[in-house]
Write a new protein. Structure first.
Length: 479
């Protein structure tokens, strides 16, 4: 067991302001402490804000994608050197992947981490009813540690005191403060949620104003003392993956800029721990794929927003096309899939030329096409390994693809209200795969190992254990 000061910031439902409160608390604490941020669920955008504010990479804790032991390992590993962990929840406190249980919910992760929950409530238009709401969340799962409440959208100090007295009197749960109804700081949104932090030029000023407001109306000193005094420890899990290659020996090109930035940092670091050296590049600004690499990763993001720049950078499009024609292993997720097609149509129906590796077009849509968790199985041998490799995934996209590519790579399935839904997705072509599915490699580390092995084969390099065994004249029998 190990003690980590930690707080889970949860909402009664989506839209009550838990992200605003979480960001404000991170900003206040980060002024004098090392704050380690986390996000429950498969989000990419909120963690980018966390990272911007704290200076530490935010990590995803997903109770559906990840085995419990893995989640505990990632929490403990990434907390090294931090004074406090702030874990932003997902949706409502008890909302998860299954209608009959809390799998993937904020509540599940809070209980697994033995962490106190600070519940965010929309206090507008309420007084004593706020106590009834807290009481319901308190009684629903008595194994959950409901440590406190923060009220949002309160009309003023008098309204706050009425709510605070009612909640503390009727439930015994402490109220740590509030945010006013008319916030001076509003973070802009678009079709996938908040606009990514890297696109907001005035973000530092906005966060500073939010922090000043939080420090004024929320008792952050008492909240910190509460977290530091929290007694239950986090279970320590012995978890290790042996390196596949010597450190930094397999160079992998990773697209990373404003158009492509949807990555789980634990994915990238896992590749590094297995022996990769990551070479970040910009499909918008750079002219060629980094030289000497053995693989290419094109993550998700917003290629539709930057389609004109991507189209204009013909040198990069040709460089990627030449690399893939040469057999380079690659992985393209969601936005990466969109970029590899021949054409992309944005929300205004404007047409843009993309890489052209895959036949077909991508068209932006007003409604979500796929949303939620699913189980993925490879239907043939791919860069991720032999057929029938399985991994839990998440999809979330406002676009659809029309393609004549013949080879589908994945079979997916999910349970929806008791009914099993199945479909095929993804394309296997050349040395890699492209699809809408977002993968967390810790859900099945073999996907990362197999991808890195494919990159090494492309470069003609052998695993470190095999090299060592051959050098001793034993031909790697123990590998």
């Amino acid at each position: 067991m190990r003690r980590f000061p930690r707080l889970v910031i949860a909402g009664t439902q989506s839209g009550v302001g838990k992200t605003t409160v979480a960001l404000g608390l991170m900003a206040v604490f980060a002024r004098r402490l090392q704050v380690q941020p986390f996000k429950v669920g498969p989000d990419y955008i909120d963690p980018a804000y966390h990272t911007f504010i704290t200076g530490r990479k935010s990590r995803n804790l997903d109770g559906w994608l990840l085995p419990e032991e893995t989640l505990l390992h990632l929490f403990s590993k990434n907390n090294v050197g931090a004074n406090i962990a702030i874990i932003e929840g997902v949706m409502g406190l008890y909302d998860g992947a299954q209608y009959t249980g809390a799998t993937g919910s904020t509540a599940q992760v809070a209980k697994l981490l033995r962490a106190p929950v600070i519940l965010i409530i929309d206090g507008s238009g309420m007084s004593t009813s706020g106590a009834a709401m807290v009481k319901g969340y308190q009684e629903f799962d008595k194994d959950l540690n409901l440590g406190g409440v923060i009220l949002n959208r309160v009309s003023g100090e008098r309204h706050y005191q009425i709510l605070k007295e009612a909640i503390e009197t009727h439930t015994g749960v402490r109220v740590f403060g509030y945010l006013p109804k008319d916030l001076e700081v509003e973070l802009p949104s678009r079709h996938l949620g908040l606009i990514p932090s890297g696109e907001i030029s005035s973000l530092r000023d906005k966060i500073a104003k939010l922090a000043d407001l939080v420090a004024k109306t929320i008792d952050t000193a008492e909240l910190l003392s509460f977290a530091e005094a929290w007694e239950p420890s986090v279970p320590i899990v012995n978890y290790s993956l042996e390196p596949l290659f010597e450190a930094n020996s397999i160079p992998i090109a990773v697209a990373y800029d404003k158009a492509f930035n949807f990555y789980y940092w634990d994915n990238l670091e896992l590749l590094e721990e297995l022996g990769a050296r990551l070479e970040l590049f910009s499909p918008r600004k750079d002219k060629i794929v980094p030289g000497g690499v053995g693989g290419l990763i094109l993550g998700g993001g917003f290629p539709e927003v930057f389609a004109e720049e991507l189209q204009s950078n013909n040198d990069m499009r040709q460089s990627i096309l030449n690399s893939l024609r040469g057999g380079m292993p690659y992985s393209a997720e969601c936005g990466g899939l969109m970029y590899l097609l021949e054409k992309l149509y944005d929300h205004q129906e404007r047409e843009f030329e993309m890489v052209g590796w895959l036949q077909g077009t991508c068209r932006m849509t007003r409604r979500l096409q796929r949303f939620g968790y699913a189980e993925l199985e490879t239907v043939k041998d791919t860069v991720y390994g032999p057929a029938q490799q399985r991994i839990r995934i998440h999809e979330f996209h406002h676009s659809s693809v029309e393609s004549n590519e013949p080879v589908r790579a994945f079979s997916l399935r999910k349970s929806r209200q008791g009914a099993l839904e199945q479909w095929e997705c993804g394309y296997e072509k050349g040395g890699g795969v492209a699809g809408y599915a977002h993968l967390h490699y810790y859900a099945n580390p073999e996907f990362a190992r197999n991808f890195l092995q494919a990159a090494a084969n492309y470069l003609g390099k052998k695993p470190c254990c095999e090299v060592n065994e051959i050098s001793r004249g034993r031909a790697g029998d123990e590998c």
